[in-house]
Design a protein around this ligand. Structure first.
Ligand code: ADP
Ligand code: HMS
Length: 556
């Protein structure tokens, strides 16, 4: 019988397990689990940009999705699973005790958000990121230089420093800190001790200022100068990091029994969702793999010697082997993309949730149906109507910084804005301007790569928005003035993990071969429309001008 691997993909809202035939790439089963506590936004406060996730959400999802996917799969598949690899969002770190257990799973910390995973989009650490940037520029070595030269509040050190300053209990109890993508493989293989568990090169290099040239993490002196509270922590973290083609070990007896798998199953070192998504979408050198969902991650690979020691300013980093082992991985992205459409939808839903929800004109069941149906259709209907609005007709220009700006040049304190409104600015016109703003944010990233000397030959898109929205995709193609291929797989991140698992389990010698055998190819391609390209060149200049005003001249 054929061999199979499992790709376990932890997204922002849900986790999915995908079982893939390693010879044909056939996806034989997949199950999704929405995080229950997160769905209720427990431990979060959007107003303060605080987004925390409970490890129980991850654990319940791990067991449920694998067990259910194995039930769905044809008979005999479970016995022939040879590997599991894991991708997660990031930087999503958690404080752990000496055994590597997240503090929120230990007595006294169960309900403490500071003892939970600090989700990538949590921006509570803006002040700490500023301090890191200031010190880095004064220090003899700029430890931020391989992370675009600007450290972000979305990343490891800023987050942990913020939490330990805020919470003395967590500070005292935290032996070390672990990324979500490192904790799951550690747990499955039983190697959870913070000093021995295998750490992902991808997470360490892009988010924790780890680089071979620095001998690992930033120096103890730098960290202590940042805050004496960090003294000693470096020694309780790690020196070595590993790419996703390396084994983290095999399943423990306990997990093998829980999941219904053998203890021979090899577990791969983890990586971030976007990075393995790029692998699943069959990333190739000089093609931007654009993961378009809640946020965007724009991933590029180049041969190691091509960019060499040159540093690319203003991106989320350049790391040896962070996407495809053996190649230089470059990452950029937008902190909100589909999340901006989701925000506008929530604004429009307000009267539904606050007026219609209280009406006695219809019975409860009908009311709920009306609410659900309207809510489900808002973005699709807006898209339909927005597609009819001619480019530039509305005069509205928007900025895509509703969740800050990840790149180019991280500044998470920035906010979104909409200009050019008049009394005729209706919902579809505003929506179209928001879509254009997200496309302009993408262009700013492409332009930065190009101006920094990184070649771009094309774009491969994946993620929910790439699949669901021809309107967004056409506008992005027009604004970038580049064709965009959309990857066929519905679950590119999980597929990328399944490919990595096939390499880790020894089925293929390299990621390139796993991609070739297991890849799903391209589903569709969007081509720029020359007439639109010209109009968008003019609008993009307005976006840039408006951006400069909001960034430098406007104070709320
Ligand atoms: N028809 C649509 N057009 C454009 N965007 C959409 C549409 N439907 C959903 N979205 C957006 O897709 C995003 C979710 O993308 P997805 O890739 O599924 O999730 P994630 O980023 O969490 O992995 C949401 O932010 C939502 O606003
Ligand atoms: O920032 C990264 C990876 O570096 C992502 O994990 C983060 O943007 C989350 O991605 P999603 O939008 O949830 O797919």
């Amino acid at each position: 019988m054929a061999k199979y691997t499992i790709g376990l993909d932890y997204g922002s809202d849900s986790v999915r397990s995908l079982i893939v035939n390693v010879e044909t790439g056939e996806e034989v089963a997949s199950v999704v689990f929405n995080y229950p506590r997160w769905q209720k936004q427990e431990y979060c406060n959007a107003h303060d940009n605080r987004f925390r996730q409970h490890p129980k959400d991850y654990l319940e999802g791990l067991e449920y999705t694998i067990v259910e996917a194995l039930k769905q799969a044809p008979q005999g598949v479970a016995e022939n699973i040879v590997g599991i690899s894991v991708d997660t969002t990031g930087s999503t770190p958690v404080a752990v005790d000496e055994k590597g257990t997240p503090l929120s799973l230990t007595p006294g910390f169960e309900e403490n958000p500071n003892a939970m995973f600090v989700l990538w989009k949590d921006h509570t650490a803006v002040k700490e990121a500023d301090e890191i940037n200031k010190l880095a520029k004064e220090w003899e070595v700029d430890f931020t230089k391989y992370e675009g030269g600007i450290y972000s509040s979305e990343w490891f050190w800023a987050k942990l420093l913020h939490v330990i300053r805020e919470d003395a209990g967590v500070y005292r109890a935290a032996y070390s800190w672990v990324e979500h993508c490192d904790w799951i493989p550690a747990l499955l293989t039983g190697n959870t001790h913070p000093k021995t568990l295998k750490r992902s090169r991808c997470a360490a290099g892009h988010k924790a200022m780890w680089h071979e040239a620095f001998g690992g993490l930033p120096s103890e002196e730098f960290l202590v100068a940042l805050d004496p509270m960090l003294a000693g922590l470096r020694d309780r973290l790690y020196k070595d990091t590993f790419t996703c083609d390396v084994s983290a070990g095999t399943l423990t007896k306990e997990w093998a029994e829980k999941l219904g798998l053998s203890t021979d199953v090899v577990v791969g070192v983890g990586a971030f969702d976007a990075h393995l998504g790029a692998v699943g979408a069959e990333i190739e050198p000089y093609y931007v793999s654009k993961v378009m969902g809640t946020s965007t991650c724009d991933m590029l690979i180049t041969p190691m010697d091509e960019v060499g020691s040159k540093v690319v300013a203003g991106i989320c980093g350049q790391v040896d082997g962070s996407i495809v082992p053996g190649m230089l991985g470059l990452e950029a992205g937008q902190s909100a993309f589909g999340d901006i459409y989701a925000w506008f939808k929530r604004v429009l839903e307000w009267p539904l949730k606050n007026i219609l929800a209280e009406t006695s004109l219809v019975d409860e069941a009908t009311k709920q149906k009306l609410l659900d149906e309207t809510s489900d259709k808002i973005i699709a209907k807006l898209s339909e109507e927005a597609a009819k609005v001619p480019i530039s007709e509305s005069g509205i220009v928007a900025l895509d910084w509703m969740n800050g700006r990840r790149t180019p040049d991280a500044n998470q304190a920035l906010k979104g804005a909409i200009a050019g409104l008049n009394l005729g600015s209706d919902a579809p016109r505003i929506f179209r301007a928001l879509v254009e703003a997200t496309a302009f944010g993408s262009k700013a990233i492409n332009d930065r790569f190009i101006s920094e000397g990184v070649r771009i030959d094309g774009v491969i898109a994946l993620g929910g928005v790439a699949k669901k929205s021809p309107l967004v995709m056409q506008i992005v193609a027009d604004v970038l003035n580049m064709p965009i291929k959309v990857a066929r797989s519905e679950q590119a991140c999980a597929l990328g993990s399944a490919m990595a698992a096939a390499v880790v389990a020894g089925v293929y010698p390299s990621m390139a071969e796993a991609q070739q055998k297991m890849g799903g190819g391209i589903e569709t391609e969007y081509h720029p429309i020359p007439e639109n390209v010209e109009k968008y060149k003019v609008l993009y200049e307005k976006y840039r001008k408006f951006g400069k005003f909001i960034e430098f001249d406007f104070t709320a």
